[in-house]
Design a protein around this ligand. Structure first.
Ligand code: ADP
Length: 483
């Protein structure tokens, strides 16, 4: 039983339940019907005997008003008139007229009662004769000179057996037909419902065996789902298959980006190490003056700075990912933080660069202060790095009813439209030769900025025109920020 599929288990359970329910219902139905029919034929017997009792009259003498079709008997010194409406046999009921000596006077009796049995059935009783059961009922006639006369009625139990037999016959073919129809319907529904599970199972197996995360559960591969009427997402299992596919999409894209990130990071780390190794080999082979060695050591120091800067950024990303679920956002004064960062920056800026700040006071947000500082510093680093022949950088902080806006605008080289969507990717550099000059130019700055913005439930926007400058804006929703 344990090894059976859920589909088979459900079918077995429903078949057994259906058979049991049909058997119980039929048994209850049968016994109730028998009771009702027994009562009904007993009532028929009593009613027929009572009706026939009305059709018997006694006359003292021949009155001359006698109807020609009636039956006449001399009785008790007078005439007994039995009306032609008296029915000896009607709808299964036999009726007979007997005298007090138990002699048949008129009518029919399927069973002869002996003297001991006679006149003891004033309520309906049951008698057996040659294997056939009869209900019997006796009624004493009342009225002038009718004393001592009895009407005796019989009805065979077969009268209801026939009805029951018909009922059982109908039940015997109707129940299996209905049961088969119900099971067939159940089988089709279960088969259709479980089809995507088979697909989920085989897709999961294929992914496990091949390690290929691009595989998906093809809901339309289900043969029951090939026609146009079958749209996915109709029931829970199809929805489950869609959710699995969406999960595979996310897994694949995050797996791919992690793979890309690792390969880019290794590449970036290999370059300075190769430069260091080459310089060492050169110095060992050809270096013979102090100046040669100083030059090599300076190159090594520069590459070491670069490697260490890259490692710091990678470490930061790793910590950011670890922090993602448990970052604690607290109410900070973004106006004060921005003012302080701008002041510090003004001190170290070259004389030809002018940093202006337009900061609305007392803007509070729910944020991680060090991450916010990192975001603003990255934007300022870029504004300085890509200033080209421009001279001004403007920082502004303001808010409206729904959002807080923090932007860094420069009059630098700008970004070409074809590159503008790529700048947020990790390790993307529009022109690596320009970043080469800087120790921290690895194409990680803006990726970091975007992750920090998303961590604060905000987003980044950029407007840029090559040759005129760029504006990077952080937009934080007001329900995440507290004013
Ligand atoms: P990096 O500055 O280390 O190259 P970033 O992720 O900070 O990496 O930036 C990615 C790319 O976006 C840069 O290589 C540069 O081409 C472009 N970029 C970023 N900020 C600016 C800016 N203010 N002006 C012009 N280009 C920019």
């Amino acid at each position: 039983m344990k090894k059976l599929s859920i589909k088979t288990k459900i079918m077995i359970w429903f078949t057994a339940a259906l058979i049991l329910i049909s058997a119980c219902t039929s048994a209850v139905n049968f016994s109730i019907s028998r009771e009702v029919l027994n009562k009904s034929i007993q009532e028929r017997l009593v009613t027929a005997v009572a009706a026939n009792a009305q059709e018997i009259e006694f006359y003292n003498s021949n009155s001359g008003e006698m109807e020609p079709n009636d039956f006449f008997l001399s009785y008790n010194g007078g005439i007994l008139e039995i009306d032609d409406d008296f029915l000896n046999y009607n709808e299964g009921v036999f009726t007979a007229l007997v005298d007090s000596e138990n002699n048949l006077i008129y009518g029919e009796m399927p069973i002869q009662l002996n003297d001991r049995q006679a006149f003891s059935y004033t309520t309906v009783g049951l008698l057996k004769n040659n294997g056939e059961k009869f209900y019997i009922y006796e009624k004493k006639l009342s009225g002038e000179n009718l004393d001592g006369l009895w009407l005796r009625g019989f009805i065979s139990e077969r009268e209801n057996t026939n009805v029951l037999y018909n009922m059982v016959r109908i039940m015997l073919w109707l129940t299996p037909v209905l049961a088969i129809a119900a099971l067939l319907g159940g089988y089709i529904i279960t088969k259709r419902s479980f089809a995507p599970i088979k697909l989920i199972d085989s897709a999961a197996r294929e992914i496990t065996e091949s390690g290929d995360l691009s595989k998906r559960i093809n809901i339309f591969a289900d043969e029951n789902c090939k026609n146009s009427r079958c749209t996915p997402g109709k029931d829970e299992i199809q929805n489950l298959a869609i959710t699995f596919n969406q999960m595979f999409d996310r897994l694949e894209s995050s797996f791919d980006s992690e793979k890309q990130f690792t390969s880019d990071a290794s590449h970036e780390l290999r370059t300075p190490l190769s430069v260091i190794k080459a310089n060492c080999e050169y110095a060992l082979k050809y270096g013979d003056s102090r100046e040669d060695f100083i030059e090599v050591i300076q190159t090594i120091a520069k590459q070491t700075d670069k490697t260490s800067a890259l490692l710091n950024q990678l470490l930061f990303f790793a910590r950011l990912n670890q922090k993602k679920d448990k970052v604690v956002l607290s109410k900070i004064n973004l106006s004060a933080l921005t003012t302080s960062i701008c002041k510090d920056r003004q001190i170290i800026l070259p004389d030809e660069l002018n940093l202006e700040a337009d900061i609305h006071p007392e803007i509070f947000v729910n944020a991680d202060e060090s991450l916010m500082a990192r975001l603003l510093n990255n934007l300022l680093d870029n504004a300085v790095k890509y200033i080209g022949s421009g001279t001004s950088i403007q920082v502004s902080l303001c808010s409206n009813e729904t959002s807080v806006f923090l932007s860094v605008k420069d009059s630098g080289i700008g970004i070409s439209p074809e590159n503008i969507n790529k700048i947020w990717n990790r390790f993307y550099m529009a022109d690596p030769s320009r970043s080469e000059t800087s120790a921290n130019g690895f194409g990680l700055g803006l990726a970091m900025v975007r992750e920090i913005a998303e961590l604060h439930h905000g987003r980044m926007e950029v407007l840029s025109k090559p040759g005129s400058g760029s504006t990077f804006t952080l937009i934080l929703p007001i329900n995440q920020s507290s004013m």
